[in-house]
Design a protein around this ligand. Structure first.
Ligand code: GAL
Length: 775
């Protein structure tokens, strides 16, 4: 992008809210485990404007709207709206009663993500303001709660782009949206509790060891020592326990860092991309036979490091091939629940066949990261920011973001690199010395990177992570060198663009990976980007979208996605994907060259001759090693200009070892034939937030997209769910999607979608019961 004026600044205050790396969904939630983690996502009351007195406990909130978290402060179109639409201050209120067990314990509220600044009140008492939309924060409610009566949490959410908070202060090429968009919970913990913990694996390839670093906070527990018990679990099976007496840290408002080591552990199964083996570490605080507190964390045994010969996972060099991901979605911005976050990871791994994702440009949902752990998808996670560095107070927030990101996510085996610079900013020696030092101090096991756009940049990190949009790529100038962005704005492509443009898009991604494959010093590349995304006025195509994805904003693949899909060993999945559309046309841009992305060894194309009534071979060949000499699975290019004379359906055949392993047909008729509805899930939970996508496509008779279908689809939803999306929905490039969000009652939901000519399709989704919230 154009480089910005880096001198603009705003005033800033240092964030004061504390943060506990609490993971409510993974923790048992009963006082039997010493603590209570109570989700408080349902039953919020919302006002899109600030109302006098709204933070008081007795305020009459009958006119507020009942909402469930994740919540967006305003519903939007999927494009062509203004960021000013979501830039306002809103108020959220949540009444709650504490369970009787809460007495005598500490009570915290944990927010996982609120965009952008949150001033939090409990029972009318202001607790403070947290500045930052992508990082978690907590407040101590203990001195202010009413154990017997009604309590009211009230949050004033400032979703304006405040120059004092990263990433703001100048322009940014993505939208930030507004609202309490990640989960909230109450954490009720005893007078001494585990504030955080991290499994430190060592020497995993030879003789694995496991150390535990944990953070104890004592707010006045009435003993001098406590027993610590750590257990390594694989599923439910215990693989060993270690136990010792531990003097209690002094009573304090901050936790104390302590460590313990397992004396020995047996052979473990490593976490890797094909077998992402996960273990659980359980830590207990015991007072005699009484369980005082318990926490578990999931982690993996793996050795991940960037070397001068590339990225090494468990001693094997793996060429990194990935895409950048923004966490934004059509209509609701970032307010999507676990299932939808997880789906993106599944698409990246199982549809696009990437092995790494970068969480550009901020820490993303823990659900997304959990899915990456479970499926074996590597992650480069980075702090919030885009090109601009603010003054010192702004930098202080950014340094604090490094800590919050790492302390939240250090147990994820999928994360292999911390991004500790503001994406594409200028050098700033003092600032980046601080971010690197903090990252290394908190997590000596992981290397740091920091995404830059100029090679002369001062190299304070361990890995030189570089956005290189040029062609050919710059030679690597450091041993550990990773390309973190390419293609993007240099070649945006919409689903409705013609084949020539799609082909060029595909080639640009492929040739970068080809060059990356030519030199082991390139650890690999992460292309810009996975999915199209909403952006500001200064960027994008003129409708507030950057069409930079290999998939569109609905997560539907474009032809360039075929290249990524095809870069997988055929033993795992045979891929035969045309990177073009096929239909009778006399436009010069069509069909002179047909690109097929495939991991087959040989491909044959034949068309159904109108004259002869039979299949006529038009071309056959091996991968295009002239254009892509280094790729293991190079795309195929065929000259099909001759077919124009006698146009018909196309047959593509893929061969490995001389055997036919895949066949694909494409219609030559040029007629929209089918309208299909494809739900991602058949069941949702009745928790008011659970959501799934329903894809809509117009295809030919074989299921290939008809790229110019733009028909209005009329939608009818019956049952206990809400439709997220336009209705009618106008297809764009033959594709589209809406989301179905469960309400809080069980039942059957039916979505009927009517195409003006191709008829009606319907899908049913079961809404299953969800646990009630206790507070
Ligand atoms: C880069 C930037 C990304 C995105 C991309 C578009 O400069 O880091 O956030 O704007 O350009 O190609």
């Amino acid at each position: 992008m154009d480089r910005r004026d880096f001198l603009k600044s705003g005033s800033a205050l240092v964030a004061t809210a504390s943060f506990s790396a609490n993971l409510p969904a993974q923790q048992p939630s009963s006082m039997e485990t010493g603590r209570l983690d109570l989700p408080v996502n349902r039953g919020w009351l919302y006002s899109p404007r600030v109302v006098e007195g709204a933070h008081e406990r007795t305020f009459d909130d009958a006119n507020f709207e009942k909402v469930v978290i994740p919540h967006t402060n305003i519903k939007l179109s999927w494009h062509a709206f203004d960021d000013k639409d979501y830039e306002f201050i809103s108020v959220y209120r949540r009444h709650f009663k504490l369970p009787p067990e809460a007495r005598g314990n500490n009570i915290f509220v944990d927010f996982e993500g609120v965009m952008t600044a949150s001033t939090v009140y409990i029972n009318g008492k202001k607790l403070g303001e947290y500045k930052g939309g992508y990082t978690p924060f907590s407040f101590d409610l203990t001195p202010h709660v009413d154990y017997a009566g009604d309590n009211v949490l009230s949050v004033e959410v400032d979703s304006t782009e405040r120059a004092d908070i990263p990433p703001f202060g100048y322009q940014i090429d993505y939208m930030t949206f507004g609202g309490i968009y990640r989960e909230v919970s109450l954490r009720i913990v005893p007078q001494v509790f585990i504030e955080n913990m991290v499994a430190r694996t060592k020497n995993v390839l030879a003789a694995p060891r496991l150390d535990v670093e944990y953070y104890l906070q004592n707010t006045g527990y009435p003993t001098k020592a406590i027993t610590i018990e750590a257990t390594l679990l694989h599923g439910d099976t215990s693989l060993g326990t270690t136990k010792h007496e531990q003097p209690l840290p002094a009573k304090a408002s901050e936790p104390e860092k302590l460590t313990l080591s397992f004396p020995s552990i047996d052979k473990v199964e490593l976490w890797d991309l094909d077998n992402p083996n996960l273990y659980t570490l359980r830590l207990r605080l015991l007072h005699g036979s009484k369980l005082v507190d318990e926490q578990t964390r999931r982690f993996g045994f793996r050795e991940a490091m960037f070397t001068d010969q590339g990225f090494s996972l468990n001693g094997n060099i793996i060429k990194l091939r990935g895409l950048d991901r923004h966490q934004t979605f059509p209509f609701v911005g970032q307010a999507m629940p676990a299932r939808v976050q997880r789906r993106d990871a599944l698409l990246l791994k199982h549809q696009l066949h990437t092995n790494i994702v970068r969480t550009s440009h901020y820490p993303q949902s823990r659900h997304f990261l959990d899915a990456c752990d479970e499926i074996g998808l590597l992650v480069l996670e980075e702090i919030p920011g885009w090109q601009h560095i603010g003054p010192l107070p702004w930098q202080d927030i950014s340094v604090d973001n490094v800590g919050r990101m790492i302390r939240r996510d250090w147990n994820h085996p999928s994360i292999i690199l911390w991004g500790v610079r503001i994406n594409e900013s200028r050098d700033n020696h003092d600032f980046y010395t601080r971010t690197n030092a903090l990252a290394h101090q908190l997590d000596p096991s992981r290397q740091t990177g920091g995404i830059r756009y100029f090679q002369e940049s001062e190299f304070l990190e361990d890995v030189f992570t570089m956005n290189d949009f040029g062609w050919p790529l710059k030679p690597p100038i450091h041993g550990k060198y990773l390309n973190t962005e390419f293609v993007g704005h240099t070649y945006p492509v919409k689903q409705i663009d013609d084949d020539e443009r799609h082909r060029e898009h595909t080639i640009r991604h492929a040739r970068v990976h080809d060059q990356l494959a030519s030199n082991p010093q390139y650890a690999g590349g992460i292309g810009w980007c996975a999915f199209d995304y909403n952006t500001h006025y200064d960027f994008g195509a003129g409708d507030r979208i950057c069409y930079h994805g290999v998939s569109d904003i609905f997560r539907e693949p474009k032809p360039a996605a075929s290249f990524y899909m095809s870069q997988i060993a055929p033993e795992k999945a045979v891929v035969l994907e045309p990177a073009f559309h096929w239909a009778s046309s006399d436009e010069a841009t069509h069909f002179s060259i047909a690109m097929v992305c495939s991991n087959c060894e040989h491909v044959k194309l034949a068309y159904k001759s109108k004259d002869k009534g039979d299949w006529v071979q038009v071309a056959e060949g091996d991968p295009d090693r002239q254009q892509f000499p280094h790729l293991k699975y190079a795309p195929f290019s065929f000259n099909v200009a001759d077919v124009k004379q006698d146009f018909g359906d196309l047959r593509i055949e893929g061969y490995i070892g001389g055997k036919l392993v895949a066949t694909k047909y494409m219609s030559g008729q040029g007629v929209d034939q089918k309208f299909v509805l494809l739900p991602d899930d058949a069941e949702l939970m009745a928790d008011g937030a659970d959501t799934t996508r329903v894809v809509m496509r117009v295809t030919d008779e074989y299921g290939n997209i008809r790229p110019y279908a733009n028909d209005p689809i009329t939608l009818t939803l019956e049952g206990p769910a809400e439709l997220i999306g336009d209705n009618p929905f106008a297809l764009f490039g033959g594709h589209g999607a809406v989301w179905i969000r469960a309400k809080e009652s069980t039942g059957k939901v039916k979505l009927t979608a009517k195409h003006p000519r191709l008829g009606e399709q319907a899908v049913e989704i079961n809404i299953a019961s969800a646990a009630a919230e206790r507070a």
